[in-house]
Design a protein around this ligand. Sequence first.
Ligand code: NAG
Ligand code: NAG
Ligand code: NAG
Ligand code: NAG
Ligand code: NAG
Ligand code: NAG
Length: 369
Amino acid sequence: MKNPLCWVILIGVAFLLIQQGLPVHSQGDSQSDNKVMDNITVRQGDTVSLSCGQGDLVTHSAWLNRSSIMYAGEDKWSVDSRVSLVTLNQDEFTIKIENVDMTDEGQYVCAVQTRSKATTTSVHVIVQVPPKITSLSKDLVVNEGSNVSLICAASGKPDPSVSWKIISPSAQSLPSEDEYLEIQSVSRQRAGTYECTAINDVATDIQTVELTVNYAPSVSEGKDVGVTLGQQGVLQCEADAVPSADFEWYRDDRRIFNSFDGIEIEDSGALSKLTFFNVSEGDYGNYTCVAMNKLGSANTSIVLFVVIEPTSSTLLQETTSTVLEQTGSESHTESEGPDAVQDGNSAARAALTSTCLLVLVALQLLLKF
Ligand SMILES: *[C@@H]1O[C@H](CO)[C@@H](O)[C@H](O)[C@H]1NC(C)=O
Ligand SMILES: *[C@@H]1O[C@H](CO)[C@@H](O)[C@H](O)[C@H]1NC(C)=O
Ligand SMILES: *[C@@H]1O[C@H](CO)[C@@H](O)[C@H](O)[C@H]1NC(C)=O
Ligand SMILES: *[C@@H]1O[C@H](CO)[C@@H](O)[C@H](O)[C@H]1NC(C)=O
Ligand SMILES: *[C@@H]1O[C@H](CO)[C@@H](O)[C@H](O)[C@H]1NC(C)=O
Ligand SMILES: *[C@@H]1O[C@H](CO)[C@@H](O)[C@H](O)[C@H]1NC(C)=O
């Protein structure tokens, strides 16, 4: 407005209109106007700004929390230190709430008054809270066959959804889409690390629980051990158990202790080793390994037997007997298989074997004399 006269006239007209109680802007017949703004979503702990428009003709404006005035113009009525004024001018009236909490959720109203009408603008503040697991089962140790019940309760806004899965020994999700995880008659395969996940639009909270399943030992069948006199002999016993088994070794009914001369018992986890550093005649025999834990015991027997040290003559004897066994078994299978076809190859092999046999027998006879 370059022309000052024009400006004066305009103010004069406006003044007259207001004096006469006429509407400044003809906005329909209503003297008050209610508007609803879009919802504002804010995370717990964050700051939210509430803003509404003003105008040249505003005489009073206020921000209300439900029915209580927080700000009337630039006068703060709220006693809450988190609430403060950001801007108040002809264009806007903005306040902010810092460190928002759940209780701040609700309706906020900006009331604007001109001489002729009141306008309210309301806005709904929604406070979101990240999920937090509030109650979780402690690490659990149970016996195989027990019923197991794990709980994972979580809070948050919106309500978080809770689910369970196994992450070790191998990852596997579980049917439970729920805060409770029930396992009927738990097996040893269900032992492991369980993970509870609570998730909502805001974030995720994850916690784990360790499930240990105890069971009685089972021992692998012992392998008999052949050792030459004066050599070292080792008997091994392996047990699968939770908690780990304790081992005892017996010779017939007699318990063997570590301190015995020339004998060492060494346990490491699932394995127990009985070592004879120098096997003597009296060591040969039947040994029993007993594995036990608090849930039970199991045993296996292992025979320590003699192996004659290979000399030139025993070596020959062994070779002869092996060859005899081989030819024996070969003719055995051939005679048993009715569909077996006697081809030239196998006939030649049989001939060769019998020649070898003859040579060996002759050689042995020669050596004996
Ligand atoms: C705003 O939030 C309220 C309460 O949660 C809900 O009833 C309303 O539908 C929401 N309005 C919009 C526009 O999202
Ligand atoms: C809004 O009102 C509620 C209920 O009276 C109160 O708990 C909350 O602290 C208020 N929030 C602010 C920012 O004034
Ligand atoms: C486990 O639960 C089943 C079914 O609820 C019940 O029949 C059984 O007796 C329970 N077992 C134990 C050891 O509590
Ligand atoms: C094993 O014991 C025998 C008889 O006690 C002894 O003669 C021999 O020297 C021992 N051998 C070793 C390697 O200790
Ligand atoms: C070894 O002893 C166990 C029990 O003492 C017995 O059951 C097993 O038959 C014995 N083994 C041999 C080969 O004698
Ligand atoms: C070994 O196990 C059998 C049953 O499997 C049991 O009868 C025996 O008493 C056990 N022996 C020892 C020494 O524990």
